[in-house]
Write a protein that binds this ligand. Structure first.
Ligand code: FAD
Ligand code: NAG
Ligand code: NAG
Length: 508
């Protein structure tokens, strides 16, 4: 009887531990069998996000085409952190388009990305008109004067002359510039003293929203200044995956393998001067070069991917860079209930009296209508608040956010004769921090300590790794390697292209 019970417990344990298993925990085969069965190939690209796909496009086109190449993507779709979602809504019979990841074409109008979007006539016309609110979290009106401090401080702290003193060793962190200038700037704006603390908090959360950081001191001042490019707000009218589909069209289908997580990378073994790349099901490739475009978050989490371990010079660099967490919470109705236009609601926390289990809500600073749907709204949440949110069940997140909306919009509800915010017919939240193929969202940021350690640009991270045969076998890709456009789609694309050209040169 007892043994039966114990074995029941054991099988329960096995069952639950199986559920928690990573797809790469057990890969069929051995080094020798993988070597024997390996497909000989010039290049393996690991990861089918914007960076990996741009590299593939480069291999397939231009001078010196590279034909002997394959892209291995862990998930069942291409795009990675570009992920367009289409949901059909029962109540209205309509399909709505939302973005879990990238949403805007940032980076100015000279990037390949912008030119391509124009060429494809893919951008939505910007004809939105807004119902604008500045509210305190309890629903009272906030003074819009405080809002101006954000732009004002941003302008100051993104000026080279002002920010440079903050990255003399020790790098003080980007946020220190804001901290030092807040009081004086707030005074100049003649905004109400009663809201000062709330706008201070708002400013820090907005910097966190841009950077994905837990605190605005987490990102090096130098790294923040390296980031360049106008943040225009163009959107794809039919989803960001228009881009992914377009790039994919130019790549031979058989060269793109979905559901193929790379589980082992034997990059330095005396039996070969090449790299042995093994996927989940034991399929293997023996490659001259491997282009690795997984997120920096994934790389930090899964060093065991590499045999032997990566050189300490490289793993040390990884200590100095982090992938931030930013999530989206989206709600939709059949029509806007706050007015008849797009919603632009800025909120500040003048009363911080949430119970501990709802403290994640402090990360919410604004609600904005999205895409071509005035009736669909979205809030960003970042850093530690996003991580708290991700740990909660979806139902709790939904009811907490509804409670917040009811409070912050209480005056408008009264005016409209509504007793409460109507029940949404669409709800979605992302969990990028927990995402097993991403471990974060944006930005990949260098810590102040990292900058002091010498990570002044992303160049050291982009340095390829040689094996004992002195071959550059591991080539790094992905958004994190762009010094000026890290954390963005255009940056990821540019890095992919650059690295593909580098590999073409190595193969020549
Ligand atoms: C919420 C959010 C909002 C954003 N907003 C914007 C925006 O508005 N504008 C903008 O420009 N950028 C935005 N970004 C950033 C942008 O999405 C990314 O910088 C860019 O898409 C990164 O591309 P990548 O190819 O470097 O990485 P990824 O897209 O992460 O691609 C890496 C790929 O590698 C795969 N992979 C991981 N491990 C393995 C493995 N072991 N084997 C095989 N494959 C593996 C992953 O599944 C993934 O597909 C946003 C990101 C998020 C998350
Ligand atoms: C961010 O800053 C906080 C406070 O200084 C610190 O405790 C934390 O470790 C930092 N996080 C990262 C990822 O550097
Ligand atoms: C090469 O692979 C074999 C088989 O797995 C292993 O025994 C040996 O230690 C490896 N050598 C190196 C340098 O990793």
């Amino acid at each position: 009887m007892l043994t039966k019970f114990v074995s029941l417990l054991w099988s329960l344990f096995m069952l639950t531990s199986c559920v928690a298993q990573h797809p790469c925990d057990i890969v069929p085969g051995t080094f020798d069998s993988w070597m024997q069965g390996a497909t000989s190939i010039d290049v393996v690209v690991v990861g089918g996000g914007a960076s990996g796909l741009s590299a593939m496009k480069q291999f397939q086109g231009g001078k010196r085409k590279v034909n002997s190449v394959v892209l291995l993507e862990a998930q069942d779709y291409l795009g990675g952190r570009v992920k367009t979602v289409r949901t059909s809504i029962e109540a209205t019979g309509k399909t709505v388009l939302t973005e879990d990841g990238a949403e805007w074409v940032h980076g100015g109008r000279t990037t390949d990305l912008y030119r391509l979007a124009k060429k494809l006539n893919g951008l939505a016309p910007d004809t939105k008109t807004w119902n604008i609110f500045f509210n305190r979290n309890n629903g009272a009106k906030a003074s819009p004067l405080g809002y101006n401090i954000r732009r004002n401080l941003m302008k100051q702290c993104e000026t080279k002359k002002i920010i440079t003193p903050y990255f003399q060793k020790p790098d003080k962190g980007f946020g220190q510039c804001f901290i030092d200038r807040f009081d004086q700037t707030y005074k100049k704006l003649k905004a109400p003293a009663a809201e000062k603390e709330a706008w201070y908090f708002y400013n820090e959360q907005m910097v966190n929203k841009d950077q994905g950081t837990d605190t605005w001191l987490n990102i090096s001042a130098r790294d923040a200044l390296n980031f360049r490019g106008a943040d225009q707000w163009d959107q794809w009218k039919n989803g960001y995956d228009t881009l992914i589909n377009y790039i994919t069209k130019s790549i031979e289908n058989s060269k793109l393998k979905l559901n193929s997580p790379v589980c082992r990378i034997h990059w330095d073994n005396e039996s070969t001067d090449r790299v042995l790349v093994v996927t989940k099901d034991g399929t293997s490739y023996l490659a001259k070069h491997v282009l690795i475009t997984v997120s920096i978050g994934y790389l930090k989490e899964h060093r065991e991917l590499f045999t032997p371990e990566l050189p300490t010079t490289y793993t040390k660099l990884l200590e100095d860079v982090h992938l931030g967490v930013a999530d989206k919470i989206q709600l939709g109705w059949d029509k806007p209930w706050w007015g008849n236009k797009y919603l632009d609601l800025t909120m500040i926390w003048t009363e911080k009296n949430l119970p501990a289990e709802q403290e994640w809500l402090y990360g919410i600073m604004e609600f904005l209508s999205i895409h071509q749907y005035p009736e669909m709204i979205q809030a960003f949440i970042t850093g530690k608040y996003a991580k708290l949110m991700e740990d909660l069940p979806e139902e709790t997140v939904k009811s907490d956010i509804m409670q917040l909306l009811n409070s912050v919009m209480s005056k408008t509800l009264q005016k409209k004769g509504l007793s409460a915010v109507p029940e949404p017919i669409f709800f979605r939240r992302t969990t990028w921090g927990l995402h097993e193929w991403s471990y974060g969202s944006y930005n990949s940021y260098v810590s102040p300590v990292g900058a002091d350690n010498g990570l002044k640009t992303r160049q050291p991270l982009a340095k390829s790794v040689k094996n004992s045969y002195n071959k550059q076998v591991l080539i790094w890709g992905g958004e994190a390697l762009s010094t000026t456009r890290y954390g963005a789609v255009d940056g990821a694309m540019a890095v992919g292209k650059t690295m593909a050209i580098k590999i073409k040169n190595l193969l020549a």
